[in-house]
Design a protein around this ligand. Structure first.
Ligand code: SF4
Length: 361
C-alpha cells in the first residue's frame, strides 16, 4: 500500500546548464497542466492515508497557492504528513512563503546549489547568494522549521576552498537538512553537449565529498544516506520511503511510481501527458529477484544499511548465505556489520557502484 506521493511540476523559467531533469519553459501551460494533474489523481489515487507528499520539479514554486492547495486537498493526509515543496530562491517572497505554510506545506527544499555568485552565474541559476539567504530568512519568519538546501560539488572553477566557504554558510544558516550532488555531465543537459572548462577531476570530486562529510558530521548534520545529511529527526521521510523500497505514487509528466508491485512511468512530454493524464506510458511488474536487487541497492545507500530481518521477511532468503562471496570480498574495508545487517563504510560509499554491482549479478 502506497503512503507517499510525488508530484512533478515540469516548468522552469530558464534551464540550468547542468540540468537534465524534465522541465520546460512554457509556463503558459501551467493551468492546463494542473487540470491534467487533477484528472490523473482522481483516476489513479486509491484513497490511502498519505504520510509524505512531495512537490518536485522543475520549479513547483511557480504554481499559484490556490492550485497547490487544490492538489493537496485531493489526498487523505495522515495527521503528521510531511509535505515538501521545492522552492527556487527568487520565488520566495514572504507573502508566498506564509501562504505555503497556511495550506499545510511543512518542509521546504530550497534550490541553492552554492553561495559563490560567480559559480551561480556560470551554472545558469536565476538567483544570487543574497536571494538564497533571504529565502531562508523569509522561510523561518513564515514559520518553517524543516528546511533543506541543495549543494552541488564538482562544479567548474570550484575548489576545496570555495566548497569549504559554502559549507560554512550552509551551517551558519541553521537549517535542518542538506542534500548534496556530485556534478555529472548528463547527456540531456546543456553541459552534456557543451562540456564546460575548469572542471575538477574525479579525484578532486572525491576529495570534495570527503570534505563535506568531514565538515558536516561534527556540526550535527549526520549522513543518513550517501548524499543526504540531516540534524537528528529531520531526515526526509519522503526519500526514506524510496530507500526503504516501499511503494509510492508518482503524478505528472515523466513521474515514476511503484504501485501494487508495478513500476510505472508517465509520458515525458507535456503534450503527451496532457492528452493522456490518467494513463501511464509504461509499466513493469517487478519479479521477486528485481525487488530483492532494489532492496539491496537502495538499502546500501542508507547509513543504516540493509536490515537482515526485513530481507528475510520480505524475500524469505538467508542474505549472508546468498551473498557470502561478496561480503567476504568487501568486509571490513568497504562493508561493515551493523546490529541488524550491513552497511557501506565511507570508503565503500566512494566505490559504491563497483561494490553494489557484485550484489546485482
Ligand atoms: S536545476 Fe532545477 S531550476 Fe534548474 S533547470 Fe533544472 S529543474 Fe529547473
Amino acid at each position: 500500500m502506497a503512503k507517499s506521493v510525488y508530484i512533478h511540476i515540469p516548468f522552469c523559467k530558464q534551464k540550468c546548464k547542468y540540468c537534465s531533469f524534465i522541465s520546460f519553459p512554457c509556463t503558459e501551460k501551467i493551468l492546463g497542466y494542473v487540470f491534467s494533474l487533477f484528472k490523473e489523481i482522481d483516476t489513479n489515487y486509491a484513497g490511502e492515508d498519505i504520510e509524505t507528499l512531495y512537490f518536485g520539479g522543475g520549479t513547483p514554486s511557480l504554481l499559484e497557492i490556490q492550485h497547490l492547495k487544490k492538489i493537496i486537498n485531493k489526498f487523505k493526509l495522515a495527521s503528521n504528513c510531511e509535505i515538501t515543496l521545492e522552492l527556487n530562491p527568487d520565488d520566495a517572497s514572504l507573502e508566498y512563503l506564509k501562504s505555503l505554510k497556511d495550506i499545510g506545506i511543512n518542509r521546504l527544499s530550497i534550490g541553492s546549489q552554492t553561495f559563490n555568485d560567480g559559480i551561480l552565474k556560470l551554472i545558469g541559476r536565476r538567483h544570487d547568494s543574497k536571494q538564497i539567504i533571504k529565502a531562508v530568512e523569509f522561510a523561518k519568519t513564515a514559520g518553517f522549521d524543516n528546511i533543506s538546501l541543495d549543494l552541488i560539488y564538482g562544479l567548474p572553477t570550484q575548489t576545496i576552498e570555495t566548497l569549504h566557504k559554502d559549507l560554512e554558510i550552509f551551517t551558519q544558516l541553521d537549517i535542518q537538512h542538506i542534500s548534496t550532488y556530485g556534478l555529472k555531465l548528463e547527456e540531456d543537459s546543456y553541459w552534456g553537449k557543451n562540456p564546460p572548462k575548469n572542471l575538477p577531476d574525479d579525484d578532486i570530486q572525491a576529495d570534495m565529498y570527503l570534505e563535506i562529510n568531514n565538515y558536516l558530521n561534527p556540526k550535527g548534520y549526520k549522513r543518513y544516506e550517501i548524499s543526504n545529511f540531516a540534524i537528528d529527526g529531520y531526515e526526509s521521510k519522503h526519500n526514506l520511503n524510496y530507500w526503504n523500497n516501499n511503494e509510492y505514487y508518482g503524478f505528472g509528466v515523466s513521474a515514476h511510481g511503484y504501485i501494487d508491485g508495478i513500476r510505472y512511468s508517465n509520458y515525458s512530454t507535456i503534450e503527451d501527458y496532457m492528452n493522456n493524464p490518467a494513463q501511464h506510458s509504461n509499466g513493469h511488474i517487478q519479479t521477486l529477484e528485481e525487488m530483492l536487487e532494489e532492496e539491496i541497492f537502495l538499502g546500501f545507500r542508507k547509513e543504516a544499511g540493509i536490515n537482515l530481518d526485513v530481507i528475510k521477511e520480505k524475500f524469505d532468503i538467508d542474505f549472508e548465505r546468498k551473498y557470502r562471496n561478496a561480503l567476504k570480498k568487501f568486509i571490513p574495508d568497504y562493508i561493515e556489520k551493523t546490529s541488524n545487517g550491513y552497511k557501506l563504510t565511507l570508503n565503500g560509499v566512494l566505490l559504491s557502484n563497483n561494490i553494489l554491482a557484485e550484489f546485482l549479478e
